[in-house]
Design a protein around this ligand. Structure first.
Ligand code: C2E
Ligand code: CA
Ligand code: CA
Length: 739
C-alpha cells in the first residue's frame, strides 16, 4: 500500500460528495436487493404452499421414507387411505403399513431400493389400514437425493386399486367358471390338470385320472322340454357330480352337456373305478324339474397320468374324450378306460375328425366329377362324384387324406349325405348348359349300414324332384358289400324299387364268389384300377381283367374300367370287349362347372373310335404283347442282378404254343403271320444268348445288348398289331358280306 495522500479541503468536499453519492447508490442497491429477496422468499413460500396443496388434493397417496425406513412426510390422501392421522403416520416404519404376511417381501424390496441395487419398484401390494382391514394398492417407489447430493431416502406413491382388483376377479371368474353351473370351465380345468400333473411328477407314485363325460339323451330333453328345463337338468347333474368327488378333485363343465374331471392322488387304475361309478350314478339319478321327472345317463372316458409317453394336458383331455366316444359306442351309461397301447394312430384321427366336422359346417368340401365315357362311340355316359376338401391352409385334399379318419364315425354318414345332396343339385345345375347325365356317388360302408339308409335316400330324392332317380347311381365297394351281404343286397333291392342303380366298385379286390355276385343286383361292375393300370405289363392282371369281363357278360352286368391312363389301355380294353371307362387318359376329375364344356369338346382317340372287340380265339395275340413285355423286363432286371431267372423260355411261352397250333390254322394265310413267327423265334434266341453270356460271367456284355431285345420285341408287337387290324378288316368285310 502507498503513503496516504494528503488531500486538499476542496478535494475533501468533493470526496465527501462522492461518498454520499456512493452511499446512496449502495443503499438503493441494497434496498432493491432486499425487495428482490423478499419477493423471492414470498415466491418460495407460495410455491411450497402450492406444492402442499397439490399434494393434498392428489388422489394418490404420496409419502417420503428416510434411510431408516421411517415415514417422514405424507400427503392428505395418505392419511385417508390408511385411516390414520398425519401425526401417527410420521415417524412410523413404512413396513407397518403392510400386513405381516407380505412384510418380508416388502422389506426385501425396500432394502434393495435403499441399497441402490434396483432403481425403482412398481408393484401391486396388499396394505392394511389402521383398523387392520386390507386393501390393494399399486406402489411406485424410487430413491431420491438432496440438493447437496446426499441420499434422502425413498419417495413413494400409492394408488388404491381395490376396485380394479375386484373387477379383475370378476373377469377371472367369467374367464374361468361356467356361468350356468358355477363349475370351473375348460380353461381352469386345464390349469388344475397342469398342477395335478406337476404334483404327480414330484410325488412319483400316485396317478392323476382325467375323465371326460358326455350326457346321454340330453339333446332329447332339450328338444322336447326346452332349454330352461335342459339347464335345470345340467345344474342338478353338475351339483350331484361335484358332491360325488373328493375335495381336491376338480369337476368342470366343458360346454354343452360335456364335463371334465381331474381326480388326484389315485393309487392305481383299478382304485379309480368306484369314483367313476359314483360319477355315473350321480348323473343317472332322476331329476325333478317342475312336474317333470327326467333321467339321463353319462358316457365316461378316462385316462391316466403319467404314461410311458410324455404328454401334455391337452393330449390327456383328448385321450379321455376319445375313450368317452368308445363308451358311447359300447352302449352308453358306462365308462371306458383309454388304452394307450392301442392308441397312437387313433389319437390323431380324433383330432382331425373334429377338423372335418368343422370343415363340413364351414362348407369346405367340394365335389369333383370324373366323366365316364364309351370309348368306342365317344359318348359321355355319366360322371363319378369324388369328394375333395378345399382346406384353407393345405389346399385341395384328396379323399384318402380325410375319409379314413372318420370311416367308423357317424360323421361319415353326415358327409355321405352331403355328397348325395350336392350331386343331385349339380345334376339339375348342368341342364341349362346342355349336360344331362347320370351321376355316380360313392357310398361308404358305414352309411350303407344305416338301418334307415333307404328311407333317407327316399326323402333326399323327394326333396330333389327334378332329378330322375334312375340318374343316381351308387357305388359300393365290393369289400363293404361282402361285409354284410344280407343287408346290402336288401338295400340294393329296395333302392332298385326307387329307381336308383348300384355299381360294385373296385371289383376284383374282394374275392367275391359267383354266388355273391348273383345275389347283388348291381347294374355295373367297376373293374379295380389296379388291374387296369397294370394289365399292359402284368399278364396276371390281364388274366384277371379278362376273367372279370367274362363274369360281367355272364351275369349281364355292365363292366366299366377305371384307371384308363393311356390310349393303349383304352385300346386293350376295347379289344377285350370293355367299352365304358374312366381315367386320367380320358379326363381327370374336375369341378362341376367345367364338365359341360369338357363334355361338349371331348373326342375319343382315333385308335378307339369304332374299335370292336377281338375274337376270343385271338386273345393270345393280345396276351402275347403283355407276356413278352413282362418277360423282357424280367430278363433285364435279372441281368442287373435284381431277380431270379424268369421262367419263360421258348417252351414255356404260351404264345409260341398257340402260334404253331391255332395261330397257324387261323392266320397262316395272312402276310403278317410268317413275319411274326420268325420275329418270335429270333426274340427267344436272343434272350437265350444273353442269358448264356450272363451265365459265363459276361454280364456287362449281356446288359449292353438288352436294347436289341427291346427292338425285336417292338418289331414283333408291331406285326401283331398289323395282324390284328388285318383280321378286323377281314371280319368287318365278311360281316358286311353276310348282312
Ligand atoms: P374310387 O371310387 O375308386 O374313385 C376313383 C379314384 O381313382 C379317384 O380318386 C380318381 O381320381 C382316381 N382316378 C381316376 N382315374 C384315374 C387314373 O387314370 N389313374 C389313377 N391313378 N387314378 C385315377 P380319388 O378322387 O382320390 O378318390 C379315392 C377314393 O376315395 C375313391 O376311389 C372312393 O373310394 C373314395 N371317395 C371319393 N369320393 C368319395 C365320396 O364322396 N364318398 C365316399 N364314401 N368315398 C369317396
Ligand atoms: Ca368309385
Ligand atoms: Ca374304384
Amino acid at each position: 500500500m502507498g503513503p496516504i495522500k494528503r488531500i486538499k479541503y476542496s478535494e475533501q468536499i468533493k470526496v465527501g460528495k462522492d461518498l454520499a453519492h456512493l452511499n446512496r447508490a449502495l443503499e438503493a442497491k441494497v434496498a432493491a436487493r432486499t425487495v428482490e429477496l423478499a419477493k423471492a422468499n414470498a415466491d418460495l413460500l407460495g410455491r411450497e404452499a402450492l406444492l402442499k396443496q397439490i399434494l393434498d388434493t392428489s388422489s394418490v397417496a404420496i409419502f417420503v421414507v428416510d434411510l431408516n425406513g421411517r415415514i417422514t412426510q405424507a400427503n392428505r390422501r395418505m392419511t385417508e387411505m390408511f385411516g390414520c392421522p398425519l401425526g401417527d403416520l410420521l415417524g412410523k416404519p413404512y413396513l407397518t403399513l403392510v400386513p405381516p404376511s407380505v412384510r418380508e417381501i416388502s422389506q426385501q424390496r425396500m432394502l434393495a431400493l435403499l441399497a441402490g441395487s434396483v432403481p425403482s419398484v412398481e408393484v401391486d401390494r396388499l396394505y392394511w389400514r389402521a383398523d387392520q382391514t386390507e386393501f390393494w394398492g399399486h406402489l411406485a417407489g424410487r430413491r431420491f437425493y438432496h440438493a447437496d447430493g446426499t441420499e434422502g431416502g425413498l419417495v413413494g406413491v400409492i394408488a388404491d386399486i381395490s376396485l380394479l382388483k375386484e373387477h379383475q376377479r370378476q373377469l377371472e371368474r367369467i374367464a374361468h367358471y361356467d356361468a350356468l353351473t358355477n363349475l370351473p370351465n375348460r380353461v381352469l380345468l386345464a390349469d388344475r390338470l397342469h398342477q395335478a400333473m406337476t404334483l404327480a411328477q414330484r410325488r412319483g407314485h400316485l396317478l392323476v385320472a382325467v375323465a371326460y363325460l358326455d350326457l346321454d339323451g340330453f339333446k332329447a330333453v332339450n328338444d322336447q322340454h326346452g332349454h330352461e328345463v335342459g339347464d335345470q337338468l345340467l345344474m342338478t347333474a353338475a351339483t350331484r357330480m361335484k358332491q360325488s368327488l373328493r375335495e381336491g378333485d376338480t369337476l368342470a363343465r366343458l360346454g354343452g352337456d360335456e364335463f371334465g374331471a381331474v381326480l388326484i392322488e389315485i393309487e392305481d387304475r383299478a382304485s379309480s373305478v368306484p369314483m367313476l361309478g359314483r360319477l355315473l350314478a350321480a348323473v343317472a339319478q332322476p331329476v325333478q324339474v317342475g312336474d317333470l321327472l327326467l333321467q339321463v345317463s353319462a358316457s365316461l372316458g378316462v385316462t391316466f397320468y403319467p404314461q410311458a409317453e410324455d404328454l401334455d394336458a391337452d393330449q390327456l383331455l383328448r385321450q379321455a374324450d376319445q375313450a368317452m366316444y368308445q363308451a358311447k359306442l359300447a352302449g352308453k351309461n358306462r365308462y371306458h378306460m383309454f388304452d394307450a397301447d392301442q392308441d397312437i394312430s387313433i389319437r390323431c384321427r380324433h383330432e382331425s375328425a373334429q377338423d372335418i366336422r368343422r370343415a363340413l359346417s364351414k362348407n369346405e368340401f367340394v365335389l369333383y366329377y370324373q366323366p365316364k365315357v364309351n370309348m368306342r362311340t365317344g359318348q359321355v355316359i355319366g360322371a363319378e362324384a369324388l369328394i375333395r376338401w378345399q382346406h384353407p391352409d393345405k389346399g385341395l385334399l384328396p379323399p384318402d387324406a380325410f375319409l379314413p379318419v372318420i370311416e367308423d364315425q357317424p360323421l361319415a354318414v353326415e358327409l355321405g349325405e352331403w355328397v348325395i345332396d350336392t350331386a343331385l343339385i349339380q345334376m339339375v345345375d348342368w341342364r341349362p348348359a346342355g349336360l344331362d347325365i347320370p351321376v355316380s356317388v360313392n357310398v361308404g360302408a358305414r352309411q350303407l349300414q344305416q338301418a334307415d339308409f333307404v328311407e333317407r335316400l327316399r326323402s333326399v330324392l323327394a326333396a330333389h324332384r327334378r332329378v330322375r332317380p334312375g340318374d343316381l347311381e351308387l357305388e359300393v365297394l365290393e369289400t363293404s358289400a361282402l361285409e354284410d351281404l344280407e343287408h346290402v343286397s336288401r338295400v340294393i333291392e329296395s333302392c332298385r324299387e326307387l329307381g336308383v342303380r348300384f355299381a360294385l366298385d373296385d371289383f376284383g379286390t374282394g374275392y367275391s364268389s359267383l354266388t355273391y355276385l348273383k345275389r347283388l343286383s348291381v347294374t355295373q361292375l367297376k373293374i379295380d384300377q389296379s388291374f387296369v393300370r397294370d394289365m399292359l405289363d402284368d399278364p396276371d392282371d390281364l388274366a384277371i381283367l379278362d376273367g372279370v369281363l367274362g363274369l360281367a357278360t355272364a351275369f349281364r352286368r355292365q363292366p366299366i374300367a377305371e384307371g384308363v391312363e393311356t390310349v393303349e389301355h383304352g385300346e386293350m380294353l376295347l379289344q377285350l370287349g370293355c367299352e365304358v371307362a374312366q381315367g386320367y387318359g380320358i379326363a381327370r376329375p374336375m369341378p362341376g362347372g367345367e364338365l359341360p364344356g369338357w363334355a361338349a369338346a371331348w373326342r375319343p382317340d382315333p385308335a378307339w373310335v369304332g374299335r370292336s372287340p377281338v375274337n376270343r380265339d385271338d386273345f393270345p395275340l393280345l396276351f402275347c404283347s403283355v407276356e413278352h413285355r413282362a418277360w423282357i423286363l424280367a430278363i433285364a432286371s435279372h441281368l442287373r442282378g435284381e431277380r431270379e431267372v424268369p421262367r419263360m423260355d421258348r417252351h414255356h411261352c404260351r404264345f409260341g404254343a398257340w402260334l404253331v397250333a391255332e395261330g397257324h390254322s387261323r392266320h397262316g394265310a395272312q402276310p403278317a403271320f410268317a413275319n411274326i413267327e420268325s420275329l418270335h423265334r429270333q426274340l427267344h434266341a436272343l434272350a437265350d444268348e444273353l442269358m448264356g453270356l450272363n451265365a459265363l460271367g459276361r454280364n456287362s456284355e449281356a446288359l449292353a445288348r438288352v436294347h436289341e431285345l427291346h427292338d425285336l420285341r417292338d418289331a414283333l408287337l408291331a406285326r401283331i398289331k398289323t395282324l390284328l387290324s388285318e383280321t378286323r378288316l377281314h371280319e368287318l368285310f365278311s360281316m358286311g358280306g353276310r348282312s
